[in-house]
Design a binder for this molecule. Sequence first.
Ligand code: APR
Length: 282
Amino acid sequence: MSGDASVSDLATAARLVRDARRIVVFSGAGVSAESGIDTFRTEGGFWQRYPPEEFGTPMGLAKLYAADPARLARFLEELVGPIACAAPNPGHQALAALERGIASRGGALTVITQNVDALHQEAGNSAVHEIHGSMFDIVDAEGRALRRLERPELARIADALARSQRGLFKRTRLARALLPLIGLPSAGTWTQPRHRPSVVMFGEALAEPAWQRAQAAARQADLVLVVGTSGLVYPAATIPELATDAGARLIEVGPERAFDGIWLPGKAGEVLPALVADPAPS
Ligand code: APR
């Protein structure tokens, strides 16, 4: 483990994990970094390459679609492609093992994630609240569920996005490449697509009922395990405080510290397996 956490921090944290009965995991992009998906705000991160005010809102995408479809296609390919070919890493797998372990002791573990990559579910976690929505859940214009994409289909969309950046008629080819993911009305306006992923963009309300259920789980937790988030985006980042205000202890895993509690510096894929496996002395 990197950073200045002492072995006793790990032992203390492992004991808290072992003794907990209701754990809430609050995860961000960092838990998926070792699966090949970029984080947003670290050096060279996604929002440094693609400013969120331009790429993170429906209106911003609408302007790009009109003005620079090739740049929009490149952004979407870089967003969708890594998610399409990602697989759970040892950090995700440790959290799934932790859910099985705590269930065997009569407890429960709930994952509240800001990520849209469905890797927690693929690793085996069963109680997952995707408060920023999902790249795989396609909803209609009113937000009603239409269907769920499979990862190979998302990979085909990413390939089509890459091809759409070459040659003529880029806008038409972009709209065709996106069709399984985003259904643009004939006018091609991005702000009212016929269908889209349930991914929550800046300025939009968080996904429901995920957000209500996440807050309820946080209020009932006796331990909140924060993994791989800068804690800068609200209201999502209120989750750890909701838990600690209700009496939960806090453990944070990641190379940078964002919350008060036991900080275990390092990568999720390295720290979480050690935390979950550590046979805390009874
Ligand atoms: N393991 C654990 N943490 C890591 C790793 C790793 N291997 N690599 C990076 N991190 C940490 C970074 O140090 C940073 O603190 O993950 C955090 C990622 O922070 P952000 O990039 O801000 O991502 P996140 O906190 O998930 O952003 C929240 O902002 O733009 C919106 O909707 C987007 O859901 C996202 C939200």
